[in-house]
Write a protein that binds this ligand. Structure first.
Ligand code: ZN
Length: 165
């Protein structure tokens, strides 16, 4: 008889780990052992499950990693001025469509309109690519807020200096 192939060694536990590695179902059952958890479908308490299925509604259950709530605070602060200018640009466009553009448009008004549209477009781009924005480190997000608000406040005062006699 030839030598039989050596059996595969068992998968070693990760360093510092006391229990043997478990499959996903094992981890789920371990998680709900002596711990209250609600079935995501019917709300039944699945504490001490013995198989990875809700006993009430038979929903297959998995254990997964969740994120905290989506951090939109700095994103919203960044796009707020652009949303405002977008609405203003829309109102101006509707007025022009109804009464027609004025015969002579002063340069200040053209620049203001151009700024509104550009600002709204940038805000729209940030909203579309919001995941890229939110992934940035927080100081960079705050820098965006400061930059955007400084630019808009400057534009507002320049606009006022044109609009006021
Ligand atoms: Zn259920």
């Amino acid at each position: 008889m030839g030598a039989s192939p050596e059996p595969e060694p068992p998968i070693a536990p990760a360093p510092g780990r006391q229990t043997a590695p478990m499959d996903a179902d094992g981890l789920l059952l371990d998680f709900v052992r002596d711990r209250d958890a609600a079935c995501p479908r019917c709300g039944y308490n699945v504490r001490n499950l013995t198989k990875p299925v809700c006993p009430e509604c038979e929903e297959p259950l998995v254990l997964k990693v969740g994120g905290r709530t989506y951090p939109v605070r700095w994103l919203l602060a960044t796009v707020a001025p652009g949303i405002f200018t977008g609405v203003m640009a829309g109102v101006m466009a509707v007025i022009f469509l109804i009464v027609g553009p004025p015969p002579a448009v002063p340069l200040g008004a053209i620049l203001t309109g151009w700024f509104f549209v550009t600002s709204a477009a940038v805000a729209g781009a940030i909203i579309i690519w919001n995941r890229r924005f939110v992934r940035q480190p927080q100081p960079r997000q705050v820098l965006w807020v400061v930059l955007v608000w400084v630019i808009h406040l400057c534009a507002f005062f320049i606009f006022l200096s044109y609009a006021l006699p």
